[in-house]
Write a protein that binds this ligand. Structure first.
Ligand code: CUA
Length: 301
């Protein structure tokens, strides 16, 4: 902010100085008159004019060098976090969703989720960006600039949310048919709420369930379990989002739909109608199976 105002004030001062010097020059022009009407003007070179040119060049060079040094110093300060990030989140871009992996020195505290990233507010967080298929770009406009997510290369970026809140994120590199629907939410929690959220994510969903939900779980494992995982169950697919705590999510289908009963039914029954081209096929299930699967997915808190 200081840099913006500083450079703006310098620019205004330089503009005013040039305007004043130009006005003075025009005002003090030597009274040269043609020797005879219609004759060419006789140009006189007074001594000392060149000196002022060199003084002008020196002064503007110094001002420019000063602003360059100031800009470099501010850039260096904003590109690295004030403190070493304590949390590293690995984000993998896929057509057309985000796999989110929370890394921890203790492997039993690592877990995978999708499309909604929780972070603690007020501290820097490091993001490790991995390309899963084609080039994507990771962007939360309110918090930081774009960083490309490139297959075969791991890019790193960091961000810090000053205050708790929900920030919209978006893929910002054209990556195919549903590029525009490759969004995500970045949710900044208070540090205590973030720790609670993490502890909850590590748990397996509840095991006690009604007969209908139990049937739904078997159906889910058959029809959905080779692409989706639910921690602690036979569903262990890795092609699609991990659904262990889907019902704690605000959105479905990478930020596209609100996570409510109607959208969930629609999405499970015919994803190609909502997001044509996505990897999730229309499942071959009856209306009864759909209701059972839905009642099971509803328990994934
Ligand atoms: Cu992923 Cu655009």
């Amino acid at each position: 902010m200081a840099l913006t105002w500083g450079v703006l004030l310098v620019s205004i001062a330089v503009t005013i100085a040039i305007a004043v010097l130009l006005a003075v020059g025009l005002w003090h022009r030597p009274g040269i008159k043609p020797s005879a009407p219609g004759a060419a003007l006789e140009v006189q070179r007074t001594q000392g004019g060149l000196r002022w040119v060199w003084i002008g060049v020196a002064v503007s060079s110094l001002i420019l060098l000063g602003s360059v040094a100031w800009t470099m110093q501010v850039l260096a300060r904003v590109t690295s976090p004030a403190t070493q990030p304590a949390l590293t989140i690995e984000v993998t871009g896929r057509q057309w969703w985000w796999q989110i992996r929370y890394l921890s020195a203790d492997p039993s505290r690592s877990f995978t989720t999708a499309n909604e990233i929780h972070i603690p507010a007020g501290v820097p967080v490091l993001f490790r960006l991995v390309g899963g298929d084609v080039i994507h770009s990771f962007w939360v406009p309110a918090l930081f600039g774009k960083t490309d997510v490139i297959p075969g290369q791991t890019n790193e970026t960091w961000l810090q949310a000053r205050a708790p809140g929900v920030y919209q994120g978006q893929c910002t590199e054209y990556c195919g048919l549903q590029h525009a629907r490759m969004g995500f939410l970045l949710i900044a929690d208070t540090p205590a709420a973030f720790q609670d959220w993490w502890a909850h994510q590590l748990q397996s969903p509840a095991q006690a369930m009604s007969p209908e939900v139990n049937v739904g779980r078997s159906s889910f494992n058959v029809h959905c379990g080779s692409c989706h995982a639910v921690r602690g169950t036979d569903a262990a697919g890795v092609l699609g989002p991990d659904l262990s705590h889907l019902m704690t999510h605000r959105t479905l289908a990478a930020g596209m739909l609100a996570n409510d009963a109607a959208n969930l039914t629609h999405w499970i029954s015919d994803p190609q109608a909502l997001k044509p081209g996505s990897m999730m096929p229309k499942p071959d299930i009856t209306a009864a199976e759909l209701a059972e699967i839905h009642s099971y997915v509803d328990t994934l808190n």
